[in-house]
Design a protein around this ligand. Structure first.
Ligand SMILES: O=c1[nH]cnc2c1ncn2[C@@H]1O[C@H](CO)[C@@H](O)[C@H]1O
Length: 346
């Protein structure tokens, strides 16, 4: 293990862009597939699953993603998945995470919203008690399901109000899913105190990022890498301190970027854009948050101090309450100065 790999492994972190179902490990997917014997195309064998998670294009990725969503049939599946995702985050020394969950996709598959929210909140309590992980929720609209999904996602957010809910997002394909149609829902979510964090500029151009800013009041942008094509947009993001949640390997595996060497991360940083490094759907992309930090370190030619700055940037871009944020920044400072962190149980 290189020094930097070891440094990254023990570095306290925050994870801001990671999807609930997208974080189901091969072991969890196999357990879910076995639990519900049935005609799922999702292989239970981990080796076959690795082949199954090879995507022709973004549309194929969404198709595969939804086939894994189909495996989640009841609130016990939700509870187990969420708790195991928390365990894996804690193993990587993540102290704070905003996990993107998609209530609409589960409610329409027959899990009642109150049961879904109770299950994720149970797992959140377990994550805090067992792993020292402060787990929060982003409720995201699956964009391919349009304004009906937006309506239902907002209704669940406002009616159930799970304690960990901090933000409101928009995922799924961008092509053919214009952002402005979701303005009424984001307006209401923001009026209720939720932060706006839509995906934009992942598989379409800078104009989608502009729409997310102007129409959806985005405080952070999921991916947003298309901003690198528009210097005026990068200046705007830098000037207003609007962070991009960048997921380097995701962009390559979904074919949003041809190769990691062509990833625009360095251009975004050079333009002064604030960036957090994230894993998105780690098992589906054959990566981990630790690995994403290593990829960013390579692309940006960072040393340990530079990597620690990446971790600080994620904490500062987070919606973590001030006390926890100060503690985590102090823990990163202490670690970067040479004091190893207390290793959390995993
Ligand atoms: O990288 C991503 N971009 C967009 N959507 C994603 C990504 N990863 C996971 N999802 C999820 O795909 C589902 C589509 O119904 C949404 O729930 C979205 O959260």
């Amino acid at each position: 293990m290189t020094d930097l790999t070891s440094f990254i492994a023990r570095l306290p972190k925050a994870e801001l862009h990671v999807h609930h179902v997208g974080s189901a490990s091969p072991r969890i997917v196999a357990e879910l597939a076995a639990r519900h014997e049935g005609n799922s195309p999702v292989p239970a064998d981990p080796a076959a699953l690795a082949d199954y998670f090879a995507f022709r294009d973004f549309g194929h990725f969404i198709e595969v993603y939804l086939s894994v969503v189909d495996l989640i049939r009841d609130d016990e599946d939700v509870r187990m998945l969420t708790y195991e995702v928390a365990r894996e985050l804690a193993r990587q020394q993540v102290r704070y995470a905003e996990l993107t969950v998609t209530p609409y996709s589960h409610v329409r598959r027959g899990i009642p919203a109150p049961a879904f929210c109770a299950a994720i909140e149970d797992a959140r309590a377990g994550a805090a008690a067992d792993f020292g992980l402060d787990l929060r929720w982003c409720f995201d609209i699956p964009g391919e399901a349009g304004t009906a999904a937006a309506e239902e996602t907002l209704r669940i957010a406002l009616r159930e109000q799970p304690a960990g809910l901090v933000s409101f997002g928009l995922g799924g394909p961008e092509v053919g899913v214009p952002r402005p149609q979701f303005k009424p829902y984001f307006d209401k979510a923001r009026a209720a105190g939720l932060h706006s964090v839509p995906h934009a500029g992942e598989t379409t151009g800078p104009e989608t990022v502009w729409d997310a800013l102007r129409e959806l009041g985005a405080e952070r942008i999921g991916h947003g890498i298309a901003a690198a094509q528009d210097p005026r947009l990068m200046d705007h993001l830098a000037e207003h301190g609007i962070p991009l949640e960048v997921c380097p390997t995701s962009n390559v595996r979904t074919r949003a970027v041809p190769s990691i060497e062509e990833h625009p991360l360095a251009r975004l940083i050079a333009a002064g854009v604030t960036v957090s490094i994230n894993s998105d759907d780690p098992p589906m992309f054959g990566t981990t948050l630790e690995e994403e930090y290593a990829v960013a370190a390579r692309l940006l030619s960072l040393d340990a101090a530079g990597v620690a700055d990446l971790a600080r940037a994620a904490v500062r871009a987070s919606f973590q309450p001030a006390a926890g944020r100060s503690r985590l920044l102090a823990e990163i400072d202490d670690y970067a100065a040479g004091g190893a962190p207390a290793q959390k149980p995993a």
